[in-house]
Design a protein around this ligand. Structure first.
Ligand SMILES: Nc1nc2c(c(=O)[nH]1)N[C@H]1C(S)=C(S)[C@@H](COP(=O)(O)OP(=O)(O)OC[C@H]3O[C@@H](n4cnc5c(=O)[nH]c(N)nc54)[C@H](O)[C@@H]3O)O[C@H]1N2
Ligand SMILES: Nc1nc2c(c(=O)[nH]1)N[C@H]1C(S)=C(S)[C@@H](COP(=O)(O)OP(=O)(O)OC[C@H]3O[C@@H](n4cnc5c(=O)[nH]c(N)nc54)[C@H](O)[C@@H]3O)O[C@H]1N2
Ligand SMILES: [Mo]
Length: 757
């Protein structure tokens, strides 16, 4: 039997059936159903190396993305890439090469695209990188100040969901806990336990209250429908009401936190004359004051967990809901107790809180990057547009580099970035964009040199996830499509031309690298007191199951048991409810304690007819991956991405289910297919991310015709502290589209010319 794996699960391949999930996966992801059809859809695949015609003729960017491509032989493509790298390095230096290359690429350990690129460019003298993620940039910057740990450490030590099921009486989940997002585990997973766990929670008597603009997160939870972007106000009010009724846990606050007096003064309104009461918050968050007060009383009397989904901080001032939630949990004083306290990211991906032993499996060594410069990941367009400009980030004043060459492997900025129309303008600035892709994504269409990569189905690799009890040998299942090669092979050829092949490959073929990874994995296993089979056996059997994999964590348990001997690595050794360092940065958009700051755009001051746009993760695919696969296509309405709207909002606009609608705001406009649902607030619409970006000129107007929400989102940082993406903060207008439906252009490859002579 041949196995393979993806971020959405592990699979067995059989010629007659195709891919099917492992038999004991309790809730296989639907995303896998679209994988094979996407990978084998030749109209979606990059079949050969191509170069933009204008670029070949000397144009340095202006023709992106409208030019045709010219198909070139591999040797020529390799030469063009090598020559251009040399030119840029010679004229501008390595600091002019941007290779942050953010993106999820595929699950295998060896063919991890971004690691391959970074290893390659480190041999070449380095590159400007990026810091943080689109997933949780605000959390990454904030948690070290608040809790003295990185987001990763926090996640690794997250209280086990089993403990929550056993001990928690009230799970208050901001942003819900959703089986939709729990389909995914970065770098692969052999099972999906969250839906099961949610069922057990309710069966076991844990009350789950989901605070969200959408009910969809968990059917049996109580739904507290909140106006998006206002959770901080609700959290502050819950805290205020608990204090007002004299139920704050002073013993916990005094022993385990610092800055309570400053934060309490703000809550009480001593600093701004605004007590953060339920009456105050209810006008902001649209939850009744009575309900807020009742919830405050329910919380303090019960063993409760304050859970925050990642999505909440992907918003303007995204630091605040995290900090306010932590403050609420501190006032309740149950942090570090079994199954209660504070959590971040349950369900946002599957492994958060997974009761499985953490094993730090090895990965591909990337070498050292001699260039120190970086940007916060979501400041991409700002960097390209404003070389030399200053900006603030995490207490520093930094300067945007002058980028002449962009090299991207394993990511899709024209999926993930906000305000794509702006990015399209910024993207004309660099001289050259080089990209490896297996699919004709919007980013591939906007590159000067596109090199065809294989998908994981076309090569061997190993899935080794730090938090999965199984290791999977990913066997090649398909022959490479067209002239596709794996990224390692591509880099090897370019490295050869540049004269550092041996440094890049260390003389190893793929098989030797996989064996090397396996040998290093065996050392890690030995440290964890178990053995791995030899490589051949693992390859033949396809699966290895880690023995005694069960492990339960409890966030901040040691600290709470003994704060003197296990202090947090923060400025006070405790949870900082007021943080001197952050306060010292003097940022208006992120002061020294959790604070309600109205978002740049929100329903609170929305013009008539405006709706809040939620653009979360798609149920049918991973971001923009597999958008041409059957599962995503079957879900579309007249070929457009479905947008979810409340029936009342639809009838007010004369719209019915199945209509094509136009969503617009000052930044852009897109079409989508209307789907009605009572499970969303009437003042919100939800359009998932990931429909392939397909801008066209229709009737003289710029229009994205497929349903990509990032033509509507705002390209601005959460704050000058974290500079994270604010994808969830945007207002839109929705109206009927009664003009002829423009054909999609992204379901066909771009025009590719044969090279002349
Ligand atoms: N509006 C809005 N926007 C968002 C978000 C949101 O919530 N709302 N979420 C954000 C978040 S959290 C994230 S993480 C980002 C995700 O953004 P991305 O990670 O950029 O999105 P993907 O579609 O997963 O892009 C990965 C690309 O890698 C390619 N690929 C896969 N395997 C390989 C390989 O082996 N080699 C090469 N060369 N390429 C490969 C795939 O074809 C795909 O195009 O999006 C962000 N954007
Ligand atoms: N199927 C699928 N799963 C995925 C992914 C995918 O592409 N497809 N991507 C993975 C990745 S990279 C990431 S980072 C995670 C992201 O995981 P999350 O960030 O948790 O996912 P989102 O869908 O962005 O948001 C979660 C929920 O937040 C709610 N929400 C939005 N705004 C607000 C608000 O202001 N207040 C409250 N209370 N709720 C709000 C939305 O209704 C949404 O249901 O998902 C992962 N899982
Ligand atoms: Mo993400």
């Amino acid at each position: 039997m041949r196995y393979t794996a993806a971020h959405w699960g592990a699979y067995v391949f059989e010629e007659s059936v195709g891919l099917h999930p492992l038999a004991d996966d309790p809730a296989p992801s639907r995303i896998g159903r679209g994988w094979l059809s996407a990978a084998t859809n030749e109209r979606g695949r990059v079949l050969a190396p191509v170069v933009r015609k204008g670029w070949l003729e000397g144009d340095r960017g202006a023709g992106r993305p409208s030019d045709d491509f010219v198909r070139v032989p591999w040797d020529k493509a390799v030469r063009l890439v090598a020559d251009e790298l040399i030119r840029v390095r010679t004229v501008h230096g390595n600091g002019a090469i941007f290779a942050g290359s953010y993106g999820w690429s595929s699950a295998g350990r060896f063919h991890h695209a971004q690691s391959q690129l970074h290893r390659f460019l480190n041999c070449f003298g380095g590159y400007v990188g990026s810091r943080g993620t689109y997933s949780h940039a605000a959390a990454e910057v904030l948690f070290p100040y608040l809790l003295g740990m990185s987001q990763r450490q926090l996640q690794d030590n997250m209280t086990s969901i089993e403990e929550v099921a056993e001990h928690c009486e009230l799970l208050l989940a901001f942003g819900g806990i959703s089986g939709r997002t729990a389909q995914i585990t970065a770098s692969g997973s052999s099972f999906h336990e969250i839906p099961d766990w949610l069922d057990r929670l309710s069966a076991g008597g844990t009350r789950l209250v989901s605070v969200s603009p959408q009910r969809s997160d968990h059917a049996s939870a109580e739904w507290l429908s909140i106006r998006p972007g206002t959770d901080t106000a609700l959290m502050l009010a819950l805290t205020y009401e608990i204090v007002a009724s004299g139920h704050e846990n002073l013993a916990f606050l005094e022993r385990f936190t610092s800055g309570w007096p400053q934060f309490r003064a703000y809550l009480a309104g001593e600093t701004d004359a605004v007590p953060k009461s339920a009456d105050w918050a209810s006008l902001i968050c649209d939850v009744s004051a009575k309900r807020i007060r009742a919830l405050a009383q329910e919380l303090h009397g019960r063993r409760s967990m304050i859970a925050v989904a990642w999505g909440l901080q992907r918003a303007d001032h995204g630091e605040q809901p995290i900090w306010a939630a932590l403050a609420l949990a501190s006032v309740l004083g149950e942090i570090g107790q079994p199954g209660t306290g504070f959590s971040f990211g349950y369900g946002s991906t599957s492994p958060v809180g997974r009761p499985t032993r953490l094993i730090p499996w090895p990965s591909l060594p990337q070498g050292q990057n001699p260039v120190e410069d970086f940007i916060p990941v979501a400041r991409l367009a700002d960097m390209l547009m404003h070389a030399g400009a200053h900006y603030r980030y995490n207490g520093e004043i930094r300067t945007f580099p002058d980028i002449r060459l962009v090299y991207w492997v394993g990511g899709n900025p024209f999926h993930h970035h906000q305000n794509l129309r702006r990015l399209d303008v910024a993207w004309t600035r660099p001289d050259t964009v080089i990209l490896h892709e297996h699919s004709w994504t919007a980013s591939a269409r906007r590159a000067d040199i596109v090199l065809p990569a294989t998908t994981p189905l076309e090569r061997d690799d190993i899935m080794m996830n730090r938090r999965d009890p199984r290791l999977i040998y990913m066997s090649q299942i398909l022959s490479p499509v067209g002239e596709a090669q794996h990224d390692y092979g591509i880099f090897r050829r370019i490295a050869q031309r540049l004269g550092f092949e041996h440094q890049f490959t260390e003389g190893r073929e793929v098989d030797a690298w996989l064996r090397d990874l396996w040998e290093r994995a065996a050392e890690v296993a030995a440290e964890h007191r178990f053995g791995l089979p030899d490589f051949e056996r693992f390859r033949d059997e396809g699966v290895f199951t880690v023995p005694d994999a069960e492990d339960h964590r409890r966030l901040m348990r040691d600290f709470v048991e003994d704060p003197e001997s296990a202090p947090l690595v923060t400025e006070s050794g405790r949870v900082t409810l007021f943080n001197e360092t952050i306060s010292g940065f003097r940022l208006a958009d992120c002061p020294g304690h959790p604070k309600w700051i109205p978002p740049v755009e929100s329903l609170l001051d929305a013009p008539d007819g405006a709706l809040h746009l939620i653009s979360g993760q798609p149920d049918t695919r991973l971001h923009a991956q597999n958008d041409l696969g059957q599962e995503a296509r079957n879900d579309k309405i007249k070929g457009r991405e479905p947008v979810l709207m409340h029936p009342a909002a639809a009838s007010a606009r004369g719209l019915v289910e199945g209509d094509v609608v136009r969503l617009s705001n000052a930044r852009g406009a897109c079409l989508a297919g209307l789907r009605l649902s009572e499970d969303i607030r009437p003042d919100c619409v939800a359009l998932a991310t990931g429909a392939w970006f397909d801008p066209q000129t229709v009737g003289g107007e710029w229009l994205e015709v497929h349903g990509n929400p990032n033509v509507l989102t705002i390209d601005k940082g959460c704050s000058e502290l974290s500079q994270g993406s604010i994808a969830h903060t945007a207002l839109v207008y929705v109206e009927a589209w009664d003009r002829p439906l423009p054909a999609l252009s992204i379901s066909h490859p771009p025009r590719i010319l044969e090279e002349q002579g």
